[in-house]
Design a binder for this molecule. Structure first.
Ligand code: ZN
Length: 271
């Protein structure tokens, strides 16, 4: 255990030392829950090319691992250790018509868009040592999942309280955890179900900026709008069929995250 912590800390420090990440994560424990990240990784793994699979496997073997599913939760774990220098898992895009302005919303690359872009650049850098590349790979696997969670790109991240099935939780928690847990299936079974359903339908492609804008639009036009006038009440009560009603949006975002993660990894030029 102690050895693991030391390795994690050394990775983060190595990244900071090389100036790759200068972002301090200021959010709380906001993210798809661990299982959601594993589902995204499992979908991506199904879409890796032979070349992508080879270099990813080589990097993972440096830590005795064989699958990106095994490292999908790492970025949340290391953030919780509060080792100091961490990439952001969020970007707060305005909910009105203002365009994305990196100088305001991603100053000094301090947002998830900058973190993913810098991790990709790190993997494409032939001079970077293996340890730093492994850390960059683990950040990409995790953060491509987070950027597809609508409330991770919204100026309003939904940290207000709601009541769902008699339990008080934040609206953000509902979107991070409740959908995935409600399936009561294994990571690989959810990944297969989502991929079988959405494959061929889900628009892939785009850039980190367009992925974040998609998430913001979904947060604004569906998640937050759906709450409507209830927002003015003291406590929001979500209807019992809330998860079923919004599962298609979650399924689509998981598939898009998986396809785009695979595409990013397949496009890395490892030497
Ligand atoms: Zn996260």
């Amino acid at each position: 255990m102690r050895g693991t912590v030391v390795i994690i800390m050394r990775s983060a420090v190595a990244l900071a030392f090389m100036g790759m990440f200068t972002m301090i994560q200021t959010g709380s424990a906001l993210a798809w829950n661990g299982m959601g990240h594993e589902v995204v990784a499992a979908i991506a793994e199904k879409h890796l090319t032979a070349t992508g699979r080879l270099w990813v496997g080589e990097l993972l073997s440096a830590e005795g691992k064989t699958s990106i599913v095994e490292v999908a939760r790492w970025a949340d774990r290391i953030r919780d250790l509060k080792v100091g220098v961490q990439p952001s898992h969020l970007v707060r895009l305005p909910l009105d018509e203002r365009e994305y302005d990196p100088a305001k919303q991603c100053k000094n690359h301090r947002c998830i868009i900058g973190a993913i872009d810098e991790s990709v650049a790190a993997l494409n850098d032939p001079a970077l040592p293996t340890e730093a590349k492994v850390a960059a790979l683990k950040y990409i696997v995790h953060l491509v999942g987070d950027i597809h969670q609508p409330l991770h790109a919204s100026e309003d991240p939904g940290v207000f309280k709601v009541i769902f099935k008699g339990k008080e939780m934040t609206f953000h928690d509902v979107w991070d955890s409740a959908f995935i847990r409600s399936r009561k299936m294994s990571v690989h079974d959810i990944a297969d179900m989502v991929d079988d359903f959405e494959r061929g339908n889900a628009p892939a492609g785009g850039s980190t900026v367009s992925w974040a804008i998609e998430s913001r639009n979904l947060a604004r036009d569906v998640l937050l709008r759906d709450l409507g006038a209830q927002r003015a009440t003291a406590m929001l009560v979500l209807p019992d069929d809330y998860l079923e009603r919004h599962w298609p949006a979650v399924r689509l975002r998981l598939e898009q995250a998986g396809l785009r993660l695979a595409s990013l990894l397949n496009g890395i030029r490892m030497r």
